[in-house]
Design a binder for this molecule. Structure first.
Ligand code: SAH
Ligand code: SF4
Length: 353
């Protein structure tokens, strides 16, 4: 039987696994056992299902698939302790996940799509275009593989800041979060999971109503509609104004504060008037700003506005942040080394596709 015809068990919820076993004439509790093997004990091979009979193991092995990805490369940076894992999917697409250690936490950054359709002018993933959505299994496996390599208990946070727009792959993103946080998997707390979006307002509302209560980051990058539309074409379809309403709803419903991500782009969003507009925007809802030095995308040989983008000089970033703080805005600066979460995440798996 060809691999692609096999039933994909990775990415199924507890209920779906239970239903699968009932459908093949097995007991429901096998679903819970398999859930535990795959998501807790990080088993990727049906033949390793120790408390299953030999026949059942063989049957699952022949008809089902327990792994969606193959780990093809691992990179470790001595300088920053960052670990990168390169995976290949069944259809030979390449995706990357990265672990970024920090003082008291280790954050895993994962992808939800191969490429991205939103074409943000500063983003390497955007420049490569859109290939396809990842399945829930492929999203979950980025975590499970990384957990096996790195130590499950050592991964303390997950950010959906890799390739792609999570809210355009809504169901699979939600399913992955439900598996990550499930009580049976001794999962991560919802507070330690962040979904980052460029802004699809009705999906932000859906996410709030879904009651996942994960943290939400919004890629703001300008508080002005016209500037934002220039660097993020999606803003022409879903305005900042519409997004802000949705974000207020999210913050209220989930009782969390929104993180605004803000890449510093020289002469584009680092002016005096940007400070004023940002201050006005941030005081409308519980929020904080993560200021991110722009990571060059010159290696992509971009044209148009993408070719002109430059990071604001670091001195000026410090000044910008200081002025915001003077206005009582909570601001954090991301690291400049290019190994930081957003910077490292924004640039994944490009050369391999
Ligand atoms: N699509 C989602 C999540 C993936 S992008 C989103 O846009 O929010 C994750 C983060 O990487 C975003 O904040 C994005 O703005 C940032 N990023 C993209 N390109 C970057 C670059 N060249 N330098 C620094 N950060 C970048
Ligand atoms: Fe897509 Fe996010 Fe990159 Fe924009 S910044 S192109 S939404 S991955």
């Amino acid at each position: 039987m060809k691999e692609t015809q096999k039933i994909q068990l990775k990415g199924l919820t507890l209920e779906e696994l239970q239903n699968y076993f009932i459908s093949i004439g097995e007991k429901k509790f096998r679903g819970e056992q398999l859930f535990n093997w795959m998501y807790n004990h990080l088993v990727f091979d049906a033949l390793e299902l120790k408390n299953f009979s030999k026949e059942l193991r063989k049957k699952i092995d022949e008809t089902c698939e327990l792994k969606t990805l193959t780990l093809v490369d691992k990179q470790f940076s001595n300088h920053t302790n960052t670990q990168k894992y390169l995976f290949s999917t069944h259809d030979n697409k390449k995706i990357e996940s990265v672990i970024i250690p920090d003082k008291e936490r280790n954050t895993l950054c994962i992808s939800t799509q191969v490429g991205c359709p939103l074409d943000c002018k500063f983003c390497a993933t955007g420049l490569m275009g859109f290939k396809r959505n990842l399945t829930a299994g492929e999203i979950v496996d980025q975590y499970l593989y990384s957990a096996r390599e790195y130590g499950k208990e050592k991964i303390t946070n997950i950010v959906f800041m890799g390739m792609g727009e999570p809210l355009l792959n809504f169901q699979n993103t939600i399913k992955a979060v439900e598996i990550f946080t499930h009580e049976l998997t001794k999962g991560l707390s919802r507070k330690r999971i962040t979904i980052s979006t460029s802004g699809i307002p009705h999906k932000i509302i859906d996410l709030a109503d879904y009651n996942l209560r994960v943290k939400l980051a919004f890629s703001l990058h300008s508080a002005f509609e016209d500037v934002r539309s220039k660097i993020m074409p999606i803003n022409k379809k879903y305005s900042l104004k519409e997004n802000l309403e949705a974000l207020k709803y999210y913050a209220k419903k989930t009782k969390t504060r929104i993180t605004f991500e803000y890449i510093m782009l020289k002469d584009i969003n680092d002016r005096k008037e940007d400070i004023k507009a940002l201050t006005k925007l941030c005081t409308q809802l519980p929020s904080k700003i993560n200021v991110i030095p722009f990571n060059s995308i010159k290696h992509m040989n971009p044209d148009g506005i993408s070719a002109e983008l430059e990071s604001t000089p670091y001195e000026k970033i410090l000044e910008f942040v200081e002025l915001l703080r003077n206005n009582n805005i909570t601001v954090f600066i991301r690291d400049t080394r290019g190994d930081d979460i957003a910077a490292a995440c924004g640039q994944l798996a490009i050369k391999h596709n």
